[in-house]
Write a protein that binds this ligand. Structure first.
Ligand SMILES: *Cc1c(COP(=O)(O)O)cnc(C)c1O
Length: 435
């Protein structure tokens, strides 16, 4: 459920008309709903109520400081995959004690930053990373809180580009190697073993792969503890899928997920649990609003050319993702529909949001929205084609604020530097001698 609903035929974000925001900030723009973010956070709280569970929002889904601060206010922790994201979490008011550091390629400098900022735990993904973490901790005179991301080799049954828990994926430590590396870690002076972690993929629409993975995790914890290595924390990862369209079977609810977690970990309720949801919190809390630049007919196909492009929202180009597309002015119930190819202006055929999408008639100048664009949308934006990425707006009840302004062309051009040998182009031919 979200808070982007029609009122008297006009799409609103909570109590603010989308057309009103468009008139003020221009298009395209992202729009986030505070109420939806809060609702989704609470769904996890309720689903896991009774367990000692810290929700560590996966910052990479949407790292805007306004979004992070909204969640920080509710008590959220953070799951970060870079120093930059760690800095965002801190800037939003999430202390290091609530930050989990994940990722396969953490550098020495990133590990130092994490330890200097009291990271809650480092989810280590390889033996060389374990060695480096120990070394960095000893050099800093601290003991690093260590959790191991274990790759359970289960099929998450999601898109191959967002599947992370198969042996062939680059993520985590092989299940068979885990006991040996836990024993090694337990001996290291710079390491304190705090937990075990699994994150098997994103946009999971089935609970079964989770159940398989968590059962393996439970078995591993029992073996480790029998070996004298206590595992006080269980990190469940993220990945729960969201409904990207009204027409399909909805993915499992957090409530059902919570029930499964309790079942699998029955008898282990004395542990601390952690969960790292990203998409489920942010996706349906955001839309991308765009204006129709042209409607063009070519060889019998009708193209809807928008002012948003793959540089704003790359998911369709990257993962063939589906986003529902709706007009901001609601079409009457029996309005005629027709198929459109919905595209952006970028010089790539991949800059296509949808092919032969059946929609009510729309015309030049109309506003349309992509739903479920709050996660892996703005964070993946680029300036490709020297297009300023869509700015971000956040709504709370009847208020809205710009959470990230649109870059100006001066902002964009001002980032480049012309080397000194290209300055003074007029007398370039006279000064080509090198030392
Ligand atoms: C991306 C990621 C998440 C969040 O995944 P969602 O599908 O957005 O819930 C959680 N944990 C780790 C380690 C991740 O890389």
């Amino acid at each position: 459920m979200d808070h982007f609903l029609y009122r008297n035929g006009a799409l609103h974000a909570e109590d603010v008309a989308i057309a009103e925001i468009a008139a003020e900030v221009g298009t395209p723009f992202y729009c986030y709903s505070t109420a939806t973010l809060e609702r989704h956070y609470r769904l996890f709280e309720e689903a896991l109520a009774g367990l000692d569970c810290l929700i560590c929002y996966a910052v990479k889904a949407n790292s805007n400081l306004a979004v992070l601060r909204t969640l920080a206010r509710l008590g959220s922790g953070a799951d970060v995959v870079s120093e930059g994201e760690f800095r965002r979490a801190l800037a939003a008011g999430i202390p290091g004690e609530r930050v989990i550091f994940s990722g396969v390629g953490k550098t020495r400098r990133e590990l130092e930053f994490a330890l200097q900022n009291n990271v809650r735990q480092v989810n280590v993904e390889s033996e060389p990373e374990l060695d480096l973490l120990n070394e960095v901790a000893l050099a800093l005179g601290v003991v690093a809180p260590f959790s191991m991301r274990v790759n359970p080799d289960v099929d998450a049954k999601t898109h191959e580009k967002i599947s992370t828990g198969k042996a062939e994926n680059k993520f985590g430590i092989a299940y068979e190697d885990a006991p040996r590396l836990f024993r090694k870690a337990a001996q290291m002076k710079g390491i304190r073993v705090v937990g075990v972690d699994m994150h098997i993929g994103s946009q999971l629409t089935d609970l079964e792969p989770y159940e398989q993975a968590y059962t393996l995790m439970r078995d591993l914890i029992e073996r480790l503890e029998a070996d004298g290595i206590p595992i006080p924390r269980i990190d469940l990862g993220g990945g729960l899928g969201v409904p990207y369209t009204r027409d399909n079977q909805p993915p499992p609810l957090p409530f059902d997920y919570g029930a499964m977690v309790r079942r699998v970990f029955a008898g282990m309720e004395d542990r601390e649990f952690e969960i790292e949801p990203g998409r489920l919190i942010a996706a349906n809390a955001g839309i991308l609003v765009s204006e129709v630049v042209y409607v063009k007919e070519n060889a019998g196909r009708r193209f809807l050319i928008l002012d948003a492009a793959m540089n704003d929202l790359v998911r369709p180009a990257l993962y063939d993702a589906w986003h529902d597309i709706d007009p901001v002015n609601e079409a009457p119930a029996n309005a005629p529909t027709q198929p459109y190819d919905v595209v952006g202006p970028i010089c790539e055929s991949g800059d296509t949001f949808a092919k032969q999408r059946v929609m009510p008639n729309v015309s030049q100048g109309d506003l349309v929205v992509f739903r479920s664009a709050g996660a892996y949308g703005a964070v993946m934006a680029s300036e490709y084609n020297t297009r300023p990425p869509a700015p971000e707006v956040i709504v709370s009840k009847d208020r809205f604020a710009i959470a990230r302004p649109r870059l100006t062309y001066d902002d964009i051009l001002g980032k480049d530097r012309i080397p000194d040998w290209l300055e003074d182009a007029e007398d370039a031919s006279a000064s080509t001698h090198t030392a």
